[in-house]
Structure formats: C-alpha cells, structure tokens
Write a protein that binds this ligand. Structure first.
Ligand code: AMP
Ligand code: FE
Ligand code: FE
Ligand code: ZN
Length: 282
C-alpha cells in the first residue's frame, strides 16, 4: 500500500515530518509522498528518517493555482520529483508564493478586524512553520470562540463566500504546469472532484485542456472520491493517456477522519504499481 499525497506541519498538517515517517511505518505504508503546499521543508526533514526506516519517500508539492477568466476558482496541482531533487530556481519560485501568503495573511487580519474579529497575526503565525495558511487561522478562530469547528470558520470568515475573504496571489494553472515540467517534475491534477464542475462532460473538457497545457497525470484515488468518481477519473486517465496517482491527503488532527494510507473510511488501497508507472514515465 502506498500514499502519494500527505501534508506535514511545515504546511498545514499537524504531524512533524519525523512523526509522519513513523506513522507510515506503523500503518504499513511502503511508499509515501510528502506533498506539502508550497514547500519542500517537510520532505527535506523527513528524508534522513525515511532512509533509516526503509520507507520509500517521494518528493512532492501541492500548488494552488487559478484559471483565467474566473474570479476565485482554484485548482490544486501536484508535482512529483522522481528523478532528481527540484532545482534552486523552482525553490526560489516557491519562496515567492510564500511571500504572497504573508501579504494575504496581513490583509486577512485587517479584514477580520474590520468585522470585529479580534485576532493578531503573530498568534496565527505562531502555529505555522514554513508557512501560515487559512487552516491556522481556523484554529485560532475556534480557540477564541469565533467558530465552533473548521466548517464554520471557513463558512463565516475564511472561505471564498465569506464576507471577510481575501484572495492571495496564485499563478495560472498553465504557468504552474510549465514550472513543474521545467523543474523536471510530473504535474498531476489533485482531487479533481473538488473542481466542482457540474457535469462529467464539463469536467472531462477541462481536464483535456489541462492536458494540452502539459498535465501528465490525474489523482484518481483520493479520500474525497467515491468509488464511482474513481472509476470515472480512471476512464479519463485512460482516454487521455494520463498517469494515474492517488493519496489520502492526510493533514493529521485538522482532518481527523482521514487516515494515512487508507483515506476516508478505508476507501483507499493504492498499489505500488501506481508509483512504478509514475517512475517509469518520469
Ligand atoms: P490557503 O492555502 O492558506 O489559502 O488555505 C487553503 C487550505 O485551507 C486548503 O488546502 C484546505 O486544506 C483548507 N480549506 C479550504 N477550504 C476549506 C473548508 N471549507 N473547510 C476546511 N478546510 C478548508
Ligand atoms: Fe491543506
Ligand atoms: Fe488540495
Ligand atoms: Zn493536499
């Protein structure tokens, strides 16, 4: 069993890289990709530990991207670096994305204060390590009694439909695909179910456009996918000659119902062949 999508506390997960490697061992995960948002810090720290414990650790990234002509439509793109570590230029580009988050976080604090929500940037940033994201804001909002759970925090304050929502800089999806390819990575569409496209035809047309932009794979197996979704995305992968990937999107305690390796209510059991195919194509 393998898991090609997970987050550490270097982005918005709650497990340290060390704890995540240990958990993979306990749960019988043979290969694990750390695919933090916008940073390789978790992967870099986990690597020595993974070598010691015999875990096959894969270097990944997850990028939030936008689609031209849409207001706040975001597409998550995974990148897998299977042959060589990502080059310095790519890491420098990630630093720019993290700067964009800092700027967003300052504006988000101001926007919340305008609506009478009394929280400070410093206390939110204290929860983050390499970067501070909206899930960290959610934790503070809950701690301070402004929301009772994550859903409410996003619905009332942080989500795209909330009155206090602020955007952050995000590259266009085609640019992100190009950057991953130039860095020697394999660009993969993350959890396509979250595109939220109304019908299967619109979904397929969109994925086909991404393929024309250089997309190489699609995350068929994911905690959010029902069996019918996995079947549909598997069919699209075959039809468009896209690689198949999959992972739980483990975030630790902030998404407690998702288990490393096995996903949501054991909906995942991803075979090593998926990684072998990815490596062969990289
Ligand atoms: P950021 O990258 O800082 O803008 O935060 C985005 C992250 O917030 C996503 O990767 C999710 O993990 C989380 N998120 C976004 N929307 C929601 C939601 N409605 N409920 C819970 N978590 C969410
Ligand atoms: Fe996340
Ligand atoms: Fe995602
Ligand atoms: Zn993720």
């Amino acid at each position: 069993m393998i898991d090609l999508h997970s987050h550490t506390n270097e982005s918005d997960g709650t497990f340290t890289p060390f704890e995540l490697v240990k958990l993979a061992g306990e749960r019988g995960v043979e290969a694990l990709a750390i695919s933090d948002h916008d940073t390789f810090a978790g992967y870099d720290q986990a690597l020595p530990e993974a070598r010691k414990s015999g875990l096959d650790l894969v270097c990944g990234i997850e990028l939030s991207t936008r689609v031209p002509g849409t207001k706040s439509y975001t597409v998550h793109l995974l990148g897998y670096f299977l042959r060589q570590p990502p080059p310095e230029e790519f890491r420098a580009w990630l630093d720019e994305l993290i700067d964009g988050r800092r700027d967003r976080n300052r504006r988000l604090i101001a926007s919340l204060r305008d609506k009478g929500v009394d929280i400070e940037l410093a206390e939110v940033e204290r929860l983050g390590r390499t970067l501070t994201g909206r899930p960290h804001f959610a934790r503070i909002l809950i701690d301070k009694g402004y929301a009772t759970n994550f859903d409410e925090a996003f619905r009332r304050y942080l989500g795209e439909s909330a009155p206090t929502y602020v955007e952050r800089y995000a590259p266009y999806v085609a640019e992100a695909i190009k950057r991953v390819l130039e860095a020697g990575g394999v660009p993969v569409l993350a959890h396509p179910i979250r595109l939220g496209l109304r019908d299967a035809a619109a979904e397929e047309a969109f994925i086909s456009e991404l393929r024309d932009a250089g997309l190489r794979g699609i995350e068929v197996f994911h905690s959010d996918h029902r069996p019918a979704d996995m079947e549909r995305y598997g069919g699209i992968a075959r039809k468009y000659n896209l690689l198949v990937t999959g992972g739980s999107d483990f975030h630790g305690d902030v998404k407690p119902h998702i288990s490393l390796g096995t996903g949501y209510h054991e909906n995942l059991n991803i075979p090593m062949a998926v990684l072998n195919n990815l490596r062969a194509a990289a």
